[in-house]
Write a protein that binds this ligand. Structure first.
Ligand code: GLA
Length: 733
């Protein structure tokens, strides 16, 4: 081997440049490094994405990863490209697919120019002069987290129209150790189900054409090694920040390489670029961790908190909600709503959200969507008396809209039957008696802005619950071309316009629960409605699944009725309240049906949430490894000075007593005053137990972080469907 190669090749790290003076760019943050080969005139290629290797040069990686000719394949190894476009000649499923009426399909992109936009953000301009295609990759790492944010733009530099059939944001090579895949699936009331797919050859593919992020095909996945778990091992996570149709795939090629591709799913002919037009992709967030899944999630949480959410919800604590839906459904009335507000305020609610049923002819889900004026049938005095009452109780006022939808039985539809998405000659699929409006028509977006703006102004609305309750199955626009790409941008624009007009207005993204939860919508909203399912036991799983990507601050989490309306199961208030506390807490039940004792428990839970929400909504989230009968999740302050861990017993165990639990994220040498702050009574079903031995429900005991993490603490014997909250506070040793 020629050793001089390591000395003579150059690379650039964190330095501005306008041409390609070097062969590689390297972005590094915390323990993560991305190295891309950017030799001018050649294909751009990811050389390394993984642990930061501070003492090694990119050129070493290239030599170390030299592949060779193998029988039955090309006589020279074909390197991957950032888009694995057809002309690049790599075997296996392709990346970018574009053509001009069947011609110009063999695009082959070569590096032209590299810009360091900042020390942590590189822009790589590539071109195929032959077919008239320009592709620009924007890749940023950090600045204050180890998540990559990647977008591409594709420009038609030819004269004739260019059709893009598939434009994955980037073909991300997977470390070959990551043989397991966790996909995220689900259904209504059962969101964020993590599904393991073992080692495979070929393709893992998920396609979402619901016109929203969907319940069943969340655009995120995690790849992990056989030995990876929450606190150790390599893993990579991917999430497409996009609320429209998408495709997610992992292709494990026969040559041993694997790629993750995520991008928009286009309907036939949907992405047509005329001469000079540019397609801009949504952002792909990609996270690497060498230290297990908790670190991976923390990177997702940081990028969301720091780069995506806007300042309005960070500027104040996450207020305790009272939502009217499960208390009254469509049976509204001024007195009734005021009484709900009284009871909500009495237990500590800080925001009253008037759900579906306040407008037009909306006395059931069969009519009225689209007619966004207050119903005089149910609120003959308008909403002012209610809103004034809510404010006099010290609460903010929030209200429900489903802007993108219309019931055929509505004044709006009677006036504008042509305003809906459709495919000519094809019956609409029945779906909650409603159709999707075509927001790419400027008059539709203008109508919705004016209607919502008028209500927000009139009532000084603080918060909108923005719902979206059907799949858009036949998304043809005015000229019958499919429009989900443009429709999704139109929704973002409408939200953006409203937020600019009302700088303090907060918005919740709801779509029959969690069917529009993604980092794209969270640029314009402040939280997601995680699930319509308020069954505390199901919520333990749903919230754990969601936590791989989303931090607790954005996950709406409500205390539901004693008997869950969706599952029919019954849980006591201690369990319901504890489950809601580790998110953005709220209530969604008829409080008049609760006993005084339960209302008192709820009041105490809300007070506890308020006392600890600053920690819950800013700390690092840790999921703990434990037996299946437990679900343990906690939050540790950034400076490790405090922590709150929830330990839910979700089923019985086969041993007489449960085992010890081990916390995570604590500083080994700090001393932590350890107490049980929930439930409101000593939780052990027999005594004495560790509860008394360590005075956990009283003054607590000080233990070293190291002991709590590596030795662990014995669990008391408790009933299934109960939940402990441990509070740990560092004290002088
Ligand atoms: C959807 C939402 C619910 C509620 C209803 C109202 O199902 O997910 O929370 O707002 O719509 O119709």
């Amino acid at each position: 081997m020629d050793h001089s190669i390591l000395k003579t090749l150059t690379h650039v790290e964190g330095r501005a440049m306008t041409d390609v003076p070097a062969n590689h760019v390297s972005l590094r943050m915390d323990n993560v490094q991305l190295v891309i080969a950017v030799k001018r005139g050649q294909r751009p290629s990811i050389v390394h994405w993984g642990r930061a290797l501070a003492h090694s040069a990119p050129e070493e990686f290239e030599v170390l990863s030299t592949r060779q000719w193998a029988f039955g394949g090309p006589t020279e190894d074909v390197a991957p490209s950032l888009s694995n476009e057809l002309g690049a000649g790599l075997g296996g499923p392709s990346g970018l697919l574009a053509h001009r009426d069947g011609g110009d399909w063999a695009s082959f992109l070569r590096v032209e120019q590299v810009e360091m936009v900042t020390a942590q953000h590189v822009r790589i301009h590539c071109r195929d002069k032959n077919v008239g295609l320009g592709v620009t990759y924007d890749v940023a790492l950090g600045p204050d987290h180890a998540a990559l944010s990647i977008t591409i733009s594709v420009k038609n530099e030819g004269d004739a129209a260019l059709f893009i059939a598939w434009a994955p944001v980037m073909a991300m090579p997977l470390d070959e150790r990551l043989s397991r895949v966790w996909g995220v699936t689900g259904r209504w009331a059962h969101e964020f189900e993590v599904q393991e797919i073992g080692a495979h050859r070929g393709t893992y593919l998920r396609e979402n054409k619901a016109g929203r992020t969907s319940h069943d095909n969340f655009p995120g996945l995690i790849a992990l090694a056989p030995f990876t778990h929450e606190t150790a091992g390599p893993c990579a996570g991917f999430h497409l920040g996009w609320s429209g149709n998408n495709r997610v795939r992992i292709d494990r090629h026969t040559d041993g390489r694997s790629f993750v591709q995520m991008g928009e799913l286009f309907f036939p002919g949907e992405m047509k670029l005329d001469a000079g037009e540019v397609y801009r992709s949504p952002t792909l967030y990609a996270v690497w961790s060498d230290t297990g899944l908790n670190t991976l999630s923390q990177s997702f949480h940081r990028v969301l908190r720091q780069d995506i959410l806007d300042g309005r919800s960070r500027a104040k604590p996450r207020l305790v909600h009272y939502n009217t839906w499960e208390a009254v459904y469509f049976d509204h009335g001024e007195d009734k709503s005021m009484a709900l507000a009284d009871r909500a305020a009495a237990v500590g609610a800080e925001r009253f959200v008037l759900d579906d049923g306040w407008f037009g002819g909306r006395r059931s889900d069969r009519a009225g969507l689209g007619d966004w004026t207050v119903s005089s049938a149910v609120y003959p005095n308008g909403l002012h008396p209610l809103v004034d009452h809510v404010r006099s109780l010290g609460m903010e006022f929030g209200i429900w809209f489903e802007p993108e939808m219309v019931n055929p039985d509505s004044d709006l539809y009677r006036q504008h039957p042509d305003w809906v998405l459709n495919a000519r000659g094809v019956e609409q699929v029945p779906f909650r008696e409603q159709y999707t409006l075509d927001l790419t028509r400027p008059e539709v977006s203008a109508y919705l802005f004016d209607a919502i703006d008028a209500i927000v102004k009139d009532y000084r609305v603080d918060y909108i619950k923005w719902d979206m309750n059907r799949d858009s199955t036949h998304p043809g626009g005015m000229d019958q071309r499919p429009v989900i790409h443009r429709q999704t941008h139109a929704v973002y624009s409408l939200m953006d316009r409203l937020r600019r007009a009302h700088p303090e207005l907060e918005i919740e993204s709801c779509a029959s629960g969690g069917a529009r939860a993604d980092f794209g919508i969270l640029r314009y909203t402040d939280r997601v409605w995680t699930s319509d399912n308020n069954d505390a036991l199901d919520r333990q799983r749903i919230q754990r699944g969601a936590s791989y990507f989303f931090p607790p601050d954005v996950l709406g989490s409500h205390v539901g009725p004693k008997r869950c309306h969706i599952t029919g199961r019954m849980f006591d208030m201690e369990f319901r309240a504890a489950t809601a506390m580790l998110g953005h807490m709220g209530m969604e039940l008829d409080l008049s049906e609760e006993t005084d004792a339960d209302l008192d428990v709820l009041r105490r839970a809300i007070a506890l949430y308020k006392a600890h929400r600053a920690l819950i909504h800013s700390g690092d989230l840790y999921r703990l490894e434990a037996s299946d009968y437990l679900n343990m999740v906690g939050v540790v302050a950034k400076d490790q000075s405090a922590a709150l861990f929830s330990c839910a017993k979700v089923e019985g165990h086969s041993t007489t007593l449960p085992g010890r639990i081990r916390f995570a994220g604590l500083a080994p040498d700090k001393h932590y005053l350890t107490r049980l702050i929930w439930p409101t009574h000593p939780p052990s079903v027999t005594a004495p137990s560790i509860v008394e031995a360590a005075d956990l429900c009283g003054d607590g005991t000080v233990f070293r972080g190291e002991a709590l993490v590596h030795f662990g603490i014995q669990l008391p014997l408790m009933h299934p469907n109960s939940c402990l909250l441990y509070h740990l506070e560092s004290v002088e040793g």
